[in-house]
Design a protein around this ligand. Structure first.
Ligand SMILES: CC(C)(COP(=O)(O)OP(=O)(O)OC[C@H]1O[C@@H](n2cnc3c(N)ncnc32)[C@H](O)[C@@H]1OP(=O)(O)O)[C@@H](O)C(=O)NCCC(=O)NCCS
Length: 158
C-alpha cells in the first residue's frame, strides 16, 4: 500500500527484523535483539508492520509490533527512524494495530509508554487513548536512573 510521501506499508515484518532490531537498540535503553523480536512474532496473535521509503530501492523507515488476542490488543513496540519522523508514519503504523484490534473484536487496546515521552504520548492521545495508571520506576534508563511507565488504553464499541 503506497502512502503519501512515497512511503509504503509492508506487512511482512519478518523480512526486516535486522533493521527493526537495530532501530530498537538505537532508541531504547533495553534493546530487543533480532531473536527477541522473532520470539515475539511466534506468540499467538502477534503481528506487525513496517514502513519503507523510496520506490526503487525501498529502505526501512520504522515498524510497529502488536498483539491482538481475545479481548485485548497491545502495542508491544513502535519506532520510526529519526530522519523520517513528523511525516505521519507513526500514525500510519498505529492505525495498523487499531485495525488488527477491531478485526479481532478486541474490547480494548493497551500500551505502556515512558513518562515524558511527549511525541509518543501525544500520538496516542490523538488516537483517543487515555492514561489510566502509572508504574513507578518501571524503566531503567542508560544513565542508571529510573522512569515511570504510563499505562494507556482505548476502548472499542463492539
Ligand atoms: C513516537 C514516534 C513513533 C512518532 O512517530 P512519527 O512518525 O514522528 O509520528 P507522526 O508524524 O505520525 O505524528 C503523529 C502525531 O504524534 C504526535 N507527535 C509526533 N511527533 C511529536 C513531537 N515531536 N512532539 C509532540 N507531538 C508529536 C502529534 O500528535 C502528531 O500528530 P500531528 O502531526 O497531527 O501533530 C517517534 O517519535 C519515535 O519513533 N520515537 C522514538 C520511539 C518511541 O518513543 N516509541 C514509542 C514507545 S511507547
Amino acid at each position: 500500500m503506497t502512502e503519501p510521501g512515497g512511503y509504503r506499508l509492508e506487512r511482512d515484518i519478518e523480512a526486516y527484523l535486522d533493521e527493526a532490531s537495530a532501530l530498537h537498540g538505537a532508541i531504547f535503553d533495553r534493546p530487543w535483539s533480532r531473536d527477541a523480536l522473532q520470539d515475539l512474532l511466534v506468540m499467538s496473535g502477534t503481528d506487525g508492520a513496517v514502513i519503507l521509503s523510496g520506490a526503487r530501492e525501498p529502505a526501512f523507515a520504522g515498524f510497529v509490533l502488536f498483539q491482538c488476542i481475545g479481548d485485548f490488543a497491545e502495542i508491544l513496540t513502535l519506532a520510526v527512524l529519526p530522519d523520517h519522523r513528523g511525516r505521519g508514519l507513526g500514525r500510519i503504523l498505529m492505525q495498523q494495530a487499531l485495525e488488527c484490534a477491531r478485526d479481532t473484536g478486541a474490547a480494548k487496546l493497551l500500551l505502556e509508554v515512558q513518562d515524558g515521552n511527549l511525541p509518543a504520548i501525544q500520538l496516542y492521545e490523538s488516537l483517543g487513548m487515555t492514561a489510566f495508571d502509572r508504574r513507578r520506576n518501571y524503566y531503567r534508563t542508560a544513565d542508571g536512573s529510573h522512569a515511570d511507565a504510563i499505562l494507556m488504553q482505548l476502548f472499542f464499541d463492539n
